[in-house]
Design a binder for this molecule. Structure first.
Ligand code: 5GP
Ligand code: ZN
Length: 112
């Protein structure tokens, strides 16, 4: 499958890895929007949050089990934001579900 994030997960395309386990991979965003900007994703190819279902939701649960470990490793004790973009209106550019973990600064309340 021609998916950028599948290629990053399998090492075909290099990334700055932050965390990896059996189900989850996390790496630094190439174009950071905050002092800490990590992308956290399931290794399984799921297109977006709009494709989550009973069959793949354990992979999404694994992402959320990994997030506190990644946040601790990135010294985000004061808090952070987790965002996933979906489709055209959500400005999703890579069609492999990923969660933006943003922090290291006081973020604004606004989402747009
Ligand atoms: P989206 O717009 O789909 O929510 O987020 C995609 C994110 O992937 C963007 O923040 C973008 O900077 C990041 N990105 C795109 N290509 C690469 C890449 O090759 N390497 C890394 N590390 N991040 C990428
Ligand atoms: Zn993929």
């Amino acid at each position: 499958m021609d998916c950028l994030f599948c290629k990053i997960i399998n090492g075909e395309i290099p990334s700055k890895k932050v965390y990896e386990d059996e189900l989850v991979y996390a790496f630094y965003d190439i174009n950071p929007q905050a002092p800490v900007h990590v992308l956290v994703l399931p290794k399984k190819h799921i297109a977006s949050a709009d494709s989550v279902n009973r069959e793949n939701s354990a992979d999404i649960a694994a992402v959320f089990e990994a997030i506190p470990k990644i946040a601790a490793a990135c010294a985000l004790a004061d808090g952070y934001r987790v965002i996933t973009n979906v489709g055209v209106h959500g400005c999703q550019s890579v069609k492999h579900i990923h969660f933006h973990l943003l922090g290291g600064v006081q973020l604004k309340e606004s989402f747009n």
